[in-house]
Ligand binder design. Structure first.
Ligand code: DAH
Length: 339
């Protein structure tokens, strides 16, 4: 008898119920007239007189424990129901915080959109490149300083595997794989071995443009760039082209736009000149066309290349280049945009 009481006591201490029905069946099992505990009380008659006091005590304790346990479960079930009733399922949820696009993505998309209206389509190429696609095919002389370890990150030497230093390498990729007419815009990340500071970084982003067809002239280049400048910086924007040198274009030029901060009257940003440089461009050098398998006697073309950080700085006056790669949400949150 004492053993059975002990067993039941353990069993009762561990009781659980998911709902009222569960609980009711537990009550019936242990506490009803035909329940386990009542049947022990019936057997109590057979307990010897010397043991009656002790066993009686144990039986009463068992009954009280069972009653307390049932009450405890009942209370906790009632509390749960009450809490569920308090839940207001019609309440408007907390607003979802939307992220913002990275400023460089916004500007890249805007550049792609503007040139897209002129018929340019996106082309991409690898960031890990070889010497030929980045330099040789683009008419860089063997002793050109850009080929130097000081400017270029090499992954292996001989064969030269390197991180592209400009997106002009995508020109090579496109020209060797497509027939003219070609009209592509090539955005991407580029790498240079520079000390990191507020105005230089070891990686940044460029957009390259390339147009090759019969009878493409410098006038077409100028018209496309003027359209870009006005769309990007406003209708009143002026451009000027200054003669320059790039191995892969002849003639080559650098393009300035009228300073979009002072409107061309001269300020600290444009160093009092009224102009700010935004890109390099030129007519594709016939050597480049020929080395990529395009007949330079039949086709001509123009190319241009610009830094996305540079354009972004002009649009948003970001003073420190490093902010673009620090992922500080206080900085990034400021760029809400339609793009
Ligand atoms: N690749 C040049 C650079 O990284 C930029 C450039 C200049 C690209 C003139 C061009 C171009 O396509 O015609 O500085």
């Amino acid at each position: 008898m004492k053993e059975r009481i002990k067993e039941l006591l353990e069993e009762i201490k561990g009781l659980q119920a998911l709902n009222k029905d569960d609980l009711e069946s537990l009550r019936i099992k242990y506490l009803s007239k035909k329940g386990e505990i009542s049947s022990l009380f019936n057997d109590f008659r057979n307990v010897s007189n010397e043991q009656k006091k002790e066993v009686g005590q144990l039986l009463n304790d068992l009954k009280n424990t069972a009653q307390d346990k049932i009450n405890e479960i009942k209370a906790s079930l009632e509390k749960k129901v009450e809490e569920t009733n308090k839940l207001d399922l019609t309440r408007t949820p907390d607003p979802i915080e939307l992220g913002t696009r990275h400023p460089l993505s916004i500007v890249k998309t805007e550049i792609a959109d503007i040139f897209g209206r002129l018929g340019f389509v996106i082309a991409e190429g690898p960031e890990v490149e070889d010497d030929w696609h980045v330099f040789s095919a683009l008419n860089f002389p063997p002793e050109h300083p850009a080929r130097d370890m000081q400017d270029t990150f090499f992954i292996t030497r001989d064969p030269d595997v390197l991180l592209r230093t400009h997106t002009s390498s995508v020109q090579t990729r496109v020209m060797t794989s497509q027939e003219p007419p070609i009209r592509v815009l090539c955005p991407g990340r580029v790498y240079r071995n520079e000390a990191i500071s507020y105005r230089a970084h070891c990686f940044f982003h460029q957009v390259e443009g390339l147009y090759i067809d019969k009878n493409v002239t410098f006038a077409d280049l100028k018209q496309a760039l003027l359209y870009f400048a006005k769309e990007m910086f406003g209708e009143g924007t002026k451009i000027r082209l200054r003669p320059s040198y790039f191995p892969f274009t002849e003639p080559s030029a650098e393009m300035d736009i009228s300073c979009n901060l002072c409107g061309g009257t001269g300020c600290a940003f444009c160093k009092g000149t009224g102009w700010v440089e935004i890109l390099g461009c030129g007519m594709v050098d016939p050597n480049v066309l020929d080395s990529c398998g395009i007949d330079s006697k039949v086709y001509t073309g123009y190319a241009f290349g610009m830094g996305i950080e540079r354009i972004t700085n002009l649009k948003y006056q970001v003073k420190d280049l490093r902010m673009f790669s620090e992922n500080d949400v206080r900085f990034l949150n400021q760029f809400k945009s339609a793009y």
